[in-house]
Design a protein around this ligand. Structure first.
Ligand SMILES: *Cc1c(COP(=O)(O)O)cnc(C)c1O
Length: 391
C-alpha cells in the first residue's frame, strides 16, 4: 500500500479537490506547476539558502538525557522551536512565497486562527516585499492580540471575518472569496496539509525537510538513518507530515500522531478528529471531520489554539484508516502536565501544541534501546498567557 499522494491527488480514499467552479483556474494553475517549479534546481537552491541563512536550519536533533532516563528509551527532540518565528510553519511559507514569485503573483493572502500561520506568512511577505492580507475571525482577533500586532508590524493587513462563529472557518471562507475575485495576481498560502490538491502534497513536501534532516542526524547519533518511533502532534497535520514523510514506507518506523482530546473525547469539547470524525468534505478535500448528523461542521475545542481544527489533512485520514499511523488522544490536562515536565527536565518550554506529543510518552511500552524522535514543533513563549494560570 502507498501512503503518499497518488497522481490524482488522493491518499487512499481521502484528498482530491472538491472546489467550486469559480476557483478552478487558480487551483488548476497550481496543480499544473507546483512539481515542476519546486523540483527546479534554481528553486531548490534558493529554498535551501533561505532555510539555512534565514530560518536557521538544520534544526538540531537533540538527545534528551533526562527525559530518556525518565521514560526508559533513547529520546531525541527535533528542534523546530529554534526556527525563526519559533515553529515549523516558516518552512512552508518560505516554500510557497518562492512558488508565488515564480508564478508572477504580486499579492499574498492567508487565513489564520491563532495567528501563528498569519505571522509566518507576514514574515515571508516582508522578506520578499510583497503585499500581504491575512483574514482572521473577529473573535480570534480579540483573543490573539499579540499576534495581530506582530502581523501589523511586519506590514500585513489583518482583515476581520465577521460572519458565522467569527473564527478560523469563517476566515477561510473570506480568503477563498478574495481568491475567487483576484485569480491572476494573488496566491493563497494555506498553512497546513489541508485544502484541495495540490496543497496537502505541496505543504508536506516543503515540511519534509524535517525528516530529511532527521535521517542524517540519526545516522550521526545512532549509526542508522531511521528511528523506531516518531511522535508528532496533529492539528491539520503539517509538522507531523514533515516528520513522517521520509519514513512513510519504512514499516520499521512507528508513526505516532497525538490528537487533542480537549476536555475528554466524549465531553463535547474536543478536537479528536479521527475518534469523533466521519468522512466528508472540508475545505475542498475529502477527509475525516467532526460533523453533526446532517453534516454541519462541529466547533472543535482544545486548550492549544493551533490544534483547534475540526478536520485533519487527508494524508493523516489515510494513515488512520489504513492502520499505518498510531493515533493517541491527549487531554488538555495531560498536555499541561507534559509541558511543565519537559520544561523542568530539559530546560525547554514547548508550545502547548507540542506538549500533546510529549504527553504520549507515558502511554507507550518502551524498551531501553528504542530510538524515539519527538518533533518539537514550536516554542511555548506564545502560550505564557494560558500557562500563567497554572504556575
Ligand atoms: C500550528 C502549529 C501546530 C499545528 O499545525 P500542524 O499543521 O498540525 O503542524 C503544531 N505546533 C505548533 C507549534 C504550531 O504552531
Amino acid at each position: 500500500m502507498s501512503y503518499n499522494v497518488d497522481k490524482k491527488g488522493y491518499y487512499g480514499q481521502f484528498g482530491g479537490a472538491y472546489i467550486p467552479e469559480m476557483l478552478y483556474p487558480n487551483v488548476e494553475e497550481l496543480r499544473k506547476s507546483y512539481l515542476e517549479i519546486s523540483e527546479d534546481s534554481e528553486f531548490k537552491k534558493e529554498f535551501d539558502y533561505l532555510l539555512k541563512h534565514y530560518v536557521g536550519r538544520p534544526s538540531p536533533l537533540y538527545f534528551a538525557k533526562r527525559l530518556s532516563e525518565k521514560y526508559g528509551a533513547k529520546i531525541y527532540l527535533k528542534r523546530e522551536d529554534l526556527n525563526h518565528t519559533g515553529a515549523h510553519k516558516i518552512n512552508n511559507t518560505i516554500g510557497q512565497i518562492l512558488l508565488a514569485q515564480r508564478l508572477g503573483k504580486k499579492r499574498i493572502i492567508a487565513e489564520t486562527g491563532a495567528g501563528q500561520h498569519g505571522v509566518a506568512t507576514a514574515t515571508v511577505c516582508a522578506l520578499m516585499g510583497m503585499e500581504c492580507i491575512v483574514y482572521m475571525g473577529a473573535v480570534d482577533i480579540e483573543r490573539q492580540q499579540p499576534n495581530v500586532k506582530r502581523m501589523q508590524m511586519l506590514g500585513a493587513k489583518v482583515v476581520a471575518a465577521e460572519s458565522g462563529s467569527k473564527t478560523l472557518k469563517d476566515a477561510t471562507n473570506e480568503a477563498i472569496r478574495d481568491w475567487i475575485n483576484n485569480p491572476t495576481d494573488t496566491h493563497y498560502i494555506i498553512g497546513s496539509v489541508v485544502g484541495p490538491h495540490p496543497y496537502p502534497d505541496m505543504v508536506a513536501r516543503f515540511q519534509s525537510v524535517i525528516s530529511e534532516e532527521i535521517k542524517w542526524q540519526l545516522m550521526e547519533h545512532e549509526g542508522r538513518d531511521y528511528p523506531d518511533k516518531v511522535i508528532a502532534c496533529v492539528g491539520g497535520g503539517s509538522n507531523a507530515a514533515g516528520a513522517f514523510y521520509h519514513f512513510l514506507d519504512n514499516e520499521n518506523v512507528e508513526l505516532i500522531a497525538a490528537e487533542p482530546a480537549g476536555l475528554g473525547i466524549n465531553s463535547g469539547k474536543t478536537a479528536a478528529t479521527t475518534k469523533k470524525g466521519k468522512p466528508g468534505v472540508l475545505h475542498a478535500a475529502k477527509t475525516l471531520l467532526m460533523q453533526t448528523e446532517d453534516g454541519q461542521v462541529v466547533e472543535p475545542y482544545s486548550i492549544s489554539a493551533g490544534l483547534d481544527y475540526p478536520g485533519i489533512g487527508p494524508m493523516h485520514a489515510h494513515l488512520f484508516d489504513s492502520g499505518r499511523g498510531n493515533f493517541e488522544y491527549v487531554t488538555d490536562e495531560d498536555a499541561l502536565k507534559a509541558c511543565f515536565e519537559v520544561s523542568k527536565l530539559e530546560g525547554i518550554i514547548p508550545a502547548l501544541e507540542t506538549a500533546h506529543a510529549f504527553a504520549v510518552l507515558k502511554n507507550l511500552e518502551l524498551k531501553k534501546e528504542d530510538v524515539v524522535v519527538i518533533n518539537l514543533s514550536g516554542r511555548g513563549d506564545k502560550d505564557l498567557g494560558t500557562l500563567m494560570k497554572y504556575i
